[in-house]
Design a protein around this ligand. Structure first.
Ligand code: CA
Ligand code: ZN
Length: 297
């Protein structure tokens, strides 16, 4: 199986970036990644103010997916996530929801072994592996830093981007231009202190191009659920976009009028927060498939 090394990265998503690699529609391959700090935090002595944050969340790619055309949907199926033996969590002034309470920056190195993160001598966390950045080239003319989430995916910091999930992204250019990075060994909804357990590693993914499942923004599918994602400056704006997408999907999929789709949404779907710490905040509408009879996106 092909292994894409982590040496070719992008710092922004941009239709103009030349492809670094090329894979077939339907191919399964590994992608190696650094942590979100591009490996700059080499130990507890390196604090966040010491590093170059302009290269944060850089992502491996862009990867051409042969056959993908504008208007198609790229499905990125996460088959496996493997980690290096340690991750890091930094705190720093202003970082995260309570960043105003931080006076001194601090870096914590967290060993990762046998499916657990050794947070302290007594606290051992089961891993919740996820991919922070997964995106495709946006519409031509845009240049969006890899730290910023959007309709093209990227730094969604959503814990459902995990093994077993299928991430659907809207293709804007021929070849799509997939890039991934920013693996987290553990992260809760919100990414509240501003980081997950930031860990280098590798991801096994399968890419499939769909011509008949149009999406305007990222949608995640698991065996039982669909998640409609949206990112915006405020949570309220993001919620409105994600809810509108879900209602439109329910209308089309189940042949419902707007009031009924709206009611069905309210009766069965949940709004959930992916992250509140990036330039744009990300929410998702959780839409369970079982009680609506929906088989797939
Ligand atoms: Ca991130
Ligand atoms: Zn991260």
């Amino acid at each position: 199986m092909r292994v894409i090394p982590k040496d070719k990265v992008i710092f922004s998503f941009n239709a103009k970036h030349p492809f670094a690699h090329s894979v077939e529609d339907g191919e399964t391959f590994w992608v190696e990644t650094d942590d979100c700090y591009s490996g700059q935090i080499t130990g507890p002595g390196v604090k966040r103010p010491d590093i170059d944050i302009s290269i944060m969340d850089c992502s491996v790619g862009p990867i051409e997916i042969k056959g993908a055309q504008p208007g198609d949907t790229l499905c990125v199926e996460i088959l496996a996530i493997e980690f290096a033996p340690q991750g890091v969590m930094v705190t720093s002034k202003g970082l995260g929801v309570l960043g105003d309470r931080i006076t001194e920056p601090d870096t914590k190195v967290i060993p990762i072994k046998d499916g657990f993160a050794q947070f302290s001598e007594t606290i051992r966390l089961p891993l919740t592996p996820m991919v922070g950045v997964c995106g495709v080239a946006p519409k031509p003319g845009l240049d969006i830093h890899c730290a910023v989430p959007g309709d093209h995916g990227s730094n969604m910091d959503t814990k459902m981007v995990k093994v077993g999930s299928r991430v659907y992204l809207p293709v804007a250019i021929p070849g799509a231009g997939l890039a991934v990075g920013d693996l987290h060994a553990c992260m809760g909804d919100g990414e509240l202190s501003g980081t997950g357990i930031e860990t280098p590693g590798r991801i096994c993914i399968k890419t499939t191009v769909y011509h008949d499942r149009p999406v305007e923004r990222p949608v995640i599918e698991t065996s039982d659920d669909l998640y409609f994602l949206a990112s915006a400056v405020t949570l309220d704006e993001a919620i409105k976009i994600a809810v509108a997408d879900t209602v439109e999907f329910l209308q089309k999929k189940l042949d419902l009028n707007f009031p009924d789709a709206y009611r069905l949404l309210s009766a069965t779907c949940d709004i959930q927060i992916s992250q509140v710490v990036n330039d744009l905040k990300t929410v998702r509408v959780h839409c369970p498939k079982f009680n609506t009879g929906i088989a797939t996106l």
